[in-house]
Design a protein around this ligand. Structure first.
Ligand code: HEC
Length: 156
């Protein structure tokens, strides 16, 4: 006597749905590069119609460029005197590159120096007299420059 063995059919539909979802997610994910960061400087640029996440007004890139060249009271130097043209060639290895960095990050750092929450002998005095508008403009300007920042992709 033969016993009918019922082999359940594999659940194809859920598998296909899962595969499609994975493909869709893959298509959405973008790798951040200096190029995409420069093309999309973040909230402080004002391009999203609002201020930064730090509550700043929208930044103005042209005004930031002008401000970055002005000599400050602290040491008689401008931002680019120390951080290099467009914030891309710091004069010492311990000075950070600003070009292509996220605008929100730059603005947050400048606010922290101004408030004294982040304290560094050279940089803190440079931020003391910056207004909210200065910070938003400078952050928008340096973020909009094409940077040479590196992430950890490709490193073992
Ligand atoms: C006398 C040289 C000097 C000048 C002038 C100067 N900086 Fe800096 N800046 C530094 C140094 C050094 C650091 C690193 C400080 C630290 O380790 O916290 C720094 C750090 C920063 C950071 C933090 C970056 C990060 O990756 O965390 C920002 C943003 C910044 N500077 C913006 C400016 C702006 C905007 C100006 C002009 C208003 C300016 N700096 C002027 C020397 C300078």
């Amino acid at each position: 006597m033969r016993t009918a063995v019922l082999v359940p059919r594999p659940p194809r539909l859920p598998l296909i749905v899962a595969l499609l979802a994975a493909l869709a997610l893959g298509a959405c994910s973008k790798t951040e590069t200096s190029d995409t960061a420069a093309a999309n400087p973040g909230h402080a640029s004002g391009e999203y119609g609002s201020g930064s996440s730090a509550g700043l007004p929208p930044g103005n890139i042209a005004a930031g460029e002008k401000r970055a060249q002005e000599k400050g009271k602290a040491t008689g130097q401008s931002c680019v005197d120390c951080h290099g043209p467009e914030g891309n060639q710091p004069i010492a290895a311990s000075y950070p590159r600003l070009a292509g960095q996220y605008a929100d990050y730059l603005a947050q750092a400048l606010q922290a120096y101004r408030a004294g929450d982040r304290d560094q002998a050279l940089m803190t005095p440079q931020a003391k007299d910056l207004s909210d508008a200065d910070i938003a403009n400078l952050a928008a300007y340096f973020a909009s420059r094409k940077g040479q920042l590196r992430d950890l992709h490709g490193l073992d």
